[in-house]
Design a binder for this molecule. Structure first.
Ligand SMILES: Nc1ncnc2c1ncn2[C@@H]1O[C@H](COP(=O)(O)OP(=O)(O)O)[C@@H](O)[C@H]1O
Ligand SMILES: [Mg+2]
Length: 352
């Protein structure tokens, strides 16, 4: 187990920057998710942590010791990818034992460890099978056992559930969480799936364009996003965003306006989550253009004086249909205001 620190970490591919000065500290035993869109540098960061890619700048430390020049083999990092990459001609037991082949561990001791970790990940009944005789979920469990058999200081998971169907993904989320807790191994999960990140990890690091955009607990990121990027990346269905012009404490939108408690000037963006809007006696007029039942709630799309707006209502069946006129209300405390130019959240309170 180790405390991991990344300081101003960089990776350039020729003139293209994949990781642009990443700072991150991960406590010993923590489970952290790195969440961000495709291409933001998540995998590149993991590969540098594993010692597979050499950083072009910055430092990586394990328990305070710089490991930039330590080879992959010397770092004792376990890694699981989206593709399981098991050896097809080896039994499950041999696949799990494979990382111990260069270690000075006796075969009997290696086998004892492999059986122990197989029991932990619940593949102990499958040890004589070949990978082709396993389901996708079982193969991913074997890949996890193989990554853990060396008792790594750090476990890296790169989109490990992306190839599994929805049901298995749910089971494996819980399973990985359980195994991580039992072993207490410092773990970094890379994903583009916000639900995966927020349900599995203690802390979520949102990455964008090779940098850390914001890190925190899931509800912090949801309720107090620092930037427009985080506000729009976290939350499903996504937050409604409306551009407006602020002058002397009044923000004008398409056909609506709101009052602020402070005097603000310039271009701003108002963010209101679909679940923060309610149909009320009085409020912003809205004309329903679509109703989509989504199981336990209905997602509505409407034309409003702010512009096109989406709102959610609890219930399996739609109460309103295309063509209905409603009034929408939201509590000022649930709305977010951003400076358009910098994308940063503003502290101005809404007074309406
Ligand atoms: N081996 C490589 N050579 C050149 N460019 C790469 C290489 N690997 C990744 N990149 C580029 O670096 C950026 C970050 O990629 P990556 O770390 O794979 O993103 P993510 O895992 O977040 O989807 C992308 O623009 C990608 O095209
Ligand atoms: Mg990737």
């Amino acid at each position: 187990m180790a405390r991991i620190e990344l300081k101003n970490l960089r990776k350039e591919w020729g003139s293209a920057t994949a990781v642009a000065g990443l700072d991150l500290a991960i406590e010993d035993g923590a489970f952290v998710a790195v969440l961000g869109p495709s291409g933001c540098g998540k995998s590149t960061t993991l590969m540098m942590l594993a010692g597979i890619y050499q950083p072009t700048g910055g430092d990586i430390t394990f328990d305070g010791a710089r490991v930039n020049d330590v080879e992959a083999r010397g770092r004792n990092v376990g890694i699981v990818f989206q593709s399981y990459a098991l050896y097809p001609n080896m039994s499950v037991l041999d696949n799990i034992m494979f990382p111990l082949r260069f270690k000075t561990v006796e075969r009997t001791e290696a086998e004892r460890r492999a059986r122990e970790i197989a029991a932990l990940v619940r593949v102990d009944g499958l040890l004589d099978r070949r990978p082709s005789q396993l389901s996708g979920g079982q193969q991913q469990r074997v890949a996890l056992a193989r990554a853990l058999v060396k008792r790594p200081h750090l476990l890296l998971l790169d989109e490990p559930l992306s190839n599994l169907d929805a049901g298995l993904r749910l089971t494996m989320r819980t399973e990985i969480r359980r195994i991580q807790r039992e072993l207490g191994v410092t773990t970094i999960l890379v994903t583009h799936d916000q639900t995966e990140a927020t349900t599995m990890a203690d802390r979520v690091v949102v990455m964008n364009g090779g940098r850390v955009e914001q890190e925190g607990a899931a509800d912090d990121l949801y309720e107090r996003p620092d930037t427009l990027f985080v506000a729009s990346f976290i939350g499903s269905p996504p937050i409604n965003l409306f551009e407006g012009e602020a002058d002397a404490g009044v923000v004008k939108f398409h056909e609506a306006s709101i009052a602020l408690a402070e005097s603000v000037r310039g271009s701003v963006v108002l963010g209101i989550r679909p679940e923060s809007l309610q149909v009320a006696e009085r409020g912003t007029p809205a004309h329903v253009i679509a109703a989509e039942p989504m199981g336990r709630e209905v997602l509505y799309t409407a034309d409003s004086s702010f512009g096109v707006i989406r709102f959610l209502e609890a219930g399996a069946e739609a109460r309103y249909r295309e063509g209905d006129n409603v009034q929408l209300n939201f509590s000022p405390a649930s709305a977010l205001l951003f400076d358009k130019a910098s994308g940063r959240r503003m502290n101005a309170r809404i007074a309406i």
